[in-house]
Design a protein around this ligand. Structure first.
Ligand code: G6Q
Length: 548
């Protein structure tokens, strides 16, 4: 297929950009009473308003044409039907099969994977019920009250984000902890207040070779042994989720306590698999299945809705518009619900690890921008911190605002104030403040004419800053499932348009390899000269000053 920048829609968008780049959103709204009606979508309990974007109807038409010319529909079918679209690793990409609630079979190499998926879900139900009901007993016969998930990256960020997001649904009296950093402080601080007799560890590692995770798991096992003083305790306190049964068994985990992972599930797309076991234990299997259901419904929407009414596609093409035509380099995720505080971190990985690539499917180095830097924070925290830059800084930062209509904790007017802030920000980013308003404001504050002349410019806000707004009726497991799948498919769509492989991660793997080689050197405690002089010098400094 043609190179992206040779596509007719791309060329048309380049010409169109010249016409629209200076157009004010306010002017687009002014002549168009229908703009909200035509530029919003609703799917299940999620409303997406994308009217506050620097786009006209013509822009949207051309962007959607770009998606067509990129053969998005055909690629989507390839993903859902198990074609090996992760071609660098020769793997299918089937996180959608993990949440396939229908009875359609999904084949990989001629084998229907659905029976195995269902059987793992059944196993998750058995284990999570047993632990939640207090029937799973530790080495001293006591029930479990603390679950510690040990994993990193894709084996950590999803379970953390969802457990935090659904905290109000968690079982009272059961606590879930996540240890990801090999910095010993993480595991030590986590274990400090736990009772080894009542703690269950889930070692989550698709490969079961990630050194950081294994080291944390060994430290956890030593902690258990210091107390239990009996190897048999491992079986009662350790579960693994891994595609590498051999290594997990070698660690000492009973084979029946190892949950399956498949090579067609990427780490950053794995929370739907038994990597989500900590979530299932915490919120219960019925709710975990509601999460899957929500994602499944978004899958169906993405697969079948026409592109102009397709939420993931709309978000994706808007992102392309800013990244490739306005040359914006970042995109902010700004959830307002406290429970979504790890959502930006989760999709920082989801997006940047997927679309932070520079080589096309046919091996060419791209000469256009791909995945932006994704960043974000709770919006309300951001308002008192970095929003200053969004309003008056020199960068164009498209942003997504996310909030539920209903709070999980309806106390007084808290939620109303939160919503007022929420609505105020996207409006102000769009409206800005003009000279007349700035002068008037200073006059109202009692400034003299010469001070107004001196000060008004610093109060100007250019406005015209684009944003999407996502309103959720409530943050339920089902709606969260849909929301996560929405962003996953946005990322997929952009990867298809950029013609890259969104499903490998060579740089993550390189990081593991280089760290492993340096670790071997550090253990020898001898000065090295085979790295670059900077790294050699840093290692020397470490050797001179460490007390080990
Ligand atoms: C995700 C990445 C990466 C991975 C971790 C953990 O897509 O590949 O974040 O999940 O490096 O890997 P293991 O699960 O194999 O320990």
């Amino acid at each position: 297929m043609s190179y992206l920048t040779d596509l007719p829609a791309w060329k048309a968008l380049q010409a169109h950009y010249q016409q629209i780049k200076d157009v004010k959103m306010l002017d687009l709204f002014a002549g168009d009473e229908q703009r909200f009606a035509d530029f919003h979508l609703q799917f299940n309990d999620i409303l997406l308003d994308y009217s506050k974007n620097r786009v006209s109807r013509e822009t949207m038409k051309l962007l959607l044409q770009l998606a067509e010319e990129s053969e998005l529909g055909a690629w989507t079918e390839k993903m859902f039907t198990g074609e090996k679209i992760n071609f660098t690793e020769d793997r299918a990409v089937l996180h959608t099969a993990l949440r396939n609630r229908g009875d359609t079979p999904v084949y990989v190499d001629g084998v229907d994977v659905m029976p195995e998926i269902r059987s793992e879900l059944e196993k998750m139900r058995r284990y999570s019920d047993e632990i939640r009901l207090g029937d799973w007993r530790g080495y001293s016969g006591k029930s479990i009250i603390d679950i510690v998930n040990i994993g990193v990256g894709g084996s950590d960020l999803g379970p953390v984000m969802v457990s935090e997001a659904l905290y109000p649904y968690g079982k009272v009296g059961l606590r879930v902890h996540f240890v990801s950093n090999v910095d010993p402080s993480h595991i030590c601080n986590t274990l400090r207040d736990l009772d080894p007799q009542r703690t269950l560890f889930i070692v989550s590692s698709k490969s079961f070779t990630t050194r950081d995770t294994l080291m944390n798991a060994h430290t956890a096992r030593d902690w258990l042994m210091d107390n239990a003083r009996d190897e048999a305790a491992v079986a009662k306190h350790f579960i693994a989720v891994s595609a590498n049964v051999e290594e997990a068994t070698r660690f000492g985990i009973e084979e029946e306590n190892i949950f399956k992972m498949w090579d067609w599930v990427g780490g950053r797309y794995s929370l739907w698999s038994s990597i989500g076991l900590s979530i299932a234990i915490y919120i219960g299997m019925d709710r975990f299945e509601a999460l899957l259901q929500g994602a499944y419904e978004m899958d169906q929407h993405f697969r079948h809705a026409p592109h102009e009414k397709n939420m993931p596609v709309i978000l994706a093409v808007l992102g392309i518009w800013y990244t490739n035509f306005f040359k914006s380099e970042t995109h902010a995720l700004l959830p307002y619900d406290q429970h979504l505080h790890r959502f930006p971190a989760y999709f920082q990985q989801g997006d940047m690890e997927s679309n932070g690539k520079s080589v096309t499917r046919d091996g060419r180095l791209v000469d256009y921008a791909t995945g932006p830097v994704i960043w974000g924070e709770l919006g309300i925290t951001g308002q008192h911190a970095f929003y200053q830059n969004l309003h008056q800084g020199t960068h164009l930062v498209p942003a997504d605002f996310i909030v539920p209509v209903e709070s999980m904790n309806p106390v007084g007017d808290h939620h109303l104030v939160l919503l007022a802030n929420f609505f105020a920000q996207s409006r102000t980013l769009m409206m800005g403040k003009n000279e007349q308003q700035a002068r008037q404001e200073l006059a109202d504050e009692g400034y003299a004419e010469e001070d107004i002349e001196r000060l008004y410019a610093s109060r100007l806000m250019p406005g015209n800053k684009p944003s999407n707004t996502l309103l959720l009726k409530a943050l339920t497991p089902r709606t969260l499932g849909s929301l996560i799948a929405l962003y996953e498919h946005k990322i997929f769509t952009q990867g298809i348009i950029w013609q890259i492989n969104s499903f490998d991660q060579p740089a993550v793997e390189l990081g593991k390899k280089v760290a492993s080689s340096i670790y071997t050197d550090l253990r020898k405690r001898q000065s090295v000269d085979h790295y670059d002089v900077s790294t050699n010098g840093l290692i020397d400094f470490y050797l001179q000053h460490s007390n080990d």
